[in-house]
Design a protein around this ligand. Structure first.
Ligand SMILES: O=C(O)C(=O)C[C@@H](O)[C@H](O)[C@H](O)COP(=O)(O)O
Length: 394
């Protein structure tokens, strides 16, 4: 394996950045293509149906017949190893991907609505070629022969601001998760040869994964009590948290408070900008997909929602949970729907909850009438999943 940092400035040629008849469907700009060349005849109809249903951006084949009957919502991508003939049925495809860079400039391919080049990156010269191609043509299909993602990072950096799109061949859905995140932006597109229709569904979820913002509510404090000893958990994440980014935690499934991270300076203690000193071990915390977990069952690697006071949300991973014995304080508040909500946290001035406008409220200074921010779901929970049933929590 050979790798070199490619620093040459490449001037984009005409055509780079040209678009096809539609833009990729993912809300984040990522999209998925399916390589159906090796999919057997029996499986193909199910794969195509899954692709259409899950808004896969394109289907890649070396046989124009595969595209017959496809609706205009899916991009028809023809992979060719040699230049296409002049009488090629250009209106049956949306994009032609050639394997030889020289062919992209052939006069016949000029008839295609759109064009790209497939580059197999296996050493320094082919990495250099990929870095040049991404700035010359609208679409670059990349296949990396080595397992490292460093060459992809270099190509993504070379493609920056060129207008050309990168599509990277992934070996499976796990690989797709990683390729989507390389160098933060990731490859624009992912090309997978599916082994089943289920692969198609998983790939679609990976490219279209986006968290909706949440509507936070004002919680008005009604009671603050020092309740003695218990076990509380600090949730340490693998991310640096923003000043107004909390986790949602509460004693009841129908009310969670926005815990403030140790991003704000504290006297006598360095900041821990990755930590929420969250609450007692019985507490619910909100994770992705509207799923709660008890703080005590969280583990390194689990996802959790980081929610800002404007309701915007991102998913962060837990790096560690620290459970220690500490004095506890119970804070009860009333939600706009009239429900009582509660959180039990460490009884110390250092521990804080977020309020409207990102206000930082030390728990030991809270008084009835103070306003905090939180989330007030209507459903109860059964094993962390929302369920509509009678459930009286107090
Ligand atoms: O009682 C405590 O414990 C605290 O002071 C509050 C914690 O949130 C604090 O971050 C922690 O104690 C620091 O511990 P460290 O082991 O991360 O140094």
């Amino acid at each position: 394996m050979d790798s070199t940092i490619v620093t040459d400035q490449i001037v984009p040629t005409a055509g780079a950045g040209a678009d096809s008849r539609r833009t990729p469907v993912s809300r984040e700009g990522h999209f998925a293509w399916l390589d159906v060349r090796a999919v057997n005849e029996d499986l193909l109809p199910a794969v195509v149906q899954a692709a259409l249903h899950h808004r896969i951006d394109g289907i890649l084949s070396d046989d124009v017949a595969t595209f017959e009957g496809l609706p205009p919502t899916v991009r028809r991508i023809l992979a060719v190893d040699s230049p296409v003939a002049e009488d090629f049925p250009y209106d049956a495809v949306d994009l032609v991907i050639v394997s030889d860079r020289a062919d992209v400039h052939s006069k016949h391919i000029g008839h295609t609505p759109d064009r790209g080049v497939h580059v197999v990156v296996s050493d320094a010269p082919t990495l250099q070629e990929a870095c040049e191609v991404v700035r010359e043509v609208p679409w670059t299909l990349l296949t990396f022969t080595d397992p490292t993602k460093i060459p992809l990072e270099i190509v993504i950096a070379a493609a920056e601001n060129s207008g050309g799109r990168t599509v990277t061949t992934v070996t499976d859905v796990e690989d797709a998760e990683i390729v989507k995140l390389v160098l933060e932006h990731g490859s624009d597109g992912l090309l997978l040869a599916p082994r089943s229709a289920d692969d198609v569904v998983k790939l679609a979820r990976i490219v279209d994964h986006k968290l909706e913002g949440m509507e936070l509510s004002e919680l008005v404090v009604t009671k603050v009590e020092h309740i003695g000893m218990g076990d509380r958990a600090c949730i340490d994440t693998c991310s640096l948290l923003e000043l107004d980014e909390g986790c949602l935690i509460g004693s009841f499934s129908t009310g969670m408070f926005l815990s403030c991270s140790e991003t704000h300076p504290l006297p006598y203690m360095p900041t821990r900008p990755f930590r929420w000193n969250a609450g007692a071990v019985h507490s619910y915390v909100l994770g992705p997909d509207n799923r709660t977990r008890y703080v005590s069952e969280l583990q390194a690697g689990f996802p959790i929602l980081a929610v800002r006071t404007d309701g915007s949300v991102r998913e962060v991973r837990i790096g560690r949970v620290k459970i220690e014995k500490r004095p506890l304080i119970s804070i009860t508040a009333v939600a706009p729907n009239g429900k009582n909500v509660n959180v039990i946290a460490q009884d110390d001035w250092h521990v804080r909850l977020l309020g409207p406008g990102g206000s930082v409220n030390n728990v030991t200074e809270l008084r009835p009438g103070d306003t905090l921010l939180g989330y007030v779901p209507t459903e109860a929970r059964h094993v962390g999943l929302p369920i509509t049933e009678f459930c009286d929590e107090r």
